[in-house]
Design a protein around this ligand. Sequence first.
Ligand code: SAM
Length: 240
Amino acid sequence: MSDRLKFDHVVFFGRNFDEYLQLFALDAKDLEGRRVLDCPSGPCSFVADSHERGIDATGVDPMYGKSVEELSKEGARDIENGLEQLRAAPTTHPISDFEGYAQRKREALKGFLADYSAHRSRYIEGRLPNLPFANRSFDLVLSAHLLFAYSPIDEDGMLDSRVFDRTWHHEAVRELARVAGREIRLYPTVANVPEPRRHRYAEGVAADLCANGFQVAFVASRYDQFAPKYNDCLVATRLV
Ligand SMILES: C[S@@+](CC[C@H](N)C(=O)[O-])C[C@H]1O[C@@H](n2cnc3c(N)ncnc32)[C@H](O)[C@@H]1O
């Protein structure tokens, strides 16, 4: 039994619209009339679900150059891999219904694949810290389960690699700030350690956002899967 979740790559794992509202402490009406960017969107059905509700959402992810078949295969494989990691580290999360958890991931993947195949222009290939969008292209930028979560394992994250180190985080958040016209929300902000605390990069990232014309608050998330304490979403609001 492990007390840390650990991954050897960023998993191609997705969530649905309702889970996004919980993650980011949002109500559906907060999204109405706004241009929303989901970065990274992965195999989430958030973009598809948003368009069904008349919300103008775009997803960006490095995987979006691939075919439906490739993404289907990688998505299914990562759901099984992810589940294996969660089962191997039971003290890190309160998930007991593994099958229900996996089923939600499969449904998100299915919704994503159908929309990716029918409305490809909603899904843009790109990777942080260089996004293919003009300054302030979006009102609201959402970013879940990449920043903080995939920092190196010995720096409060889950990844067995140093790709997403502190320097990368500063570059990534400045890029999110560049494309965000009004607001950025980041989740999670908790460290992947046995006794929950805020991620060691979080205050520096917040300071960077403030230096780039935003005001920052840590707001309680309603998505309490991994962290009963410090389960916060970082909300950055543009001042200038
Ligand atoms: C765990 S998924 C998160 C998806 C979604 N935001 C969610 O919360 O369910 C992480 C995603 O990050 C993408 N990714 C990996 N490196 C990236 C980078 N440098 N910039 C943007 N996305 C990246 C992966 O392809 C993967 O789809």
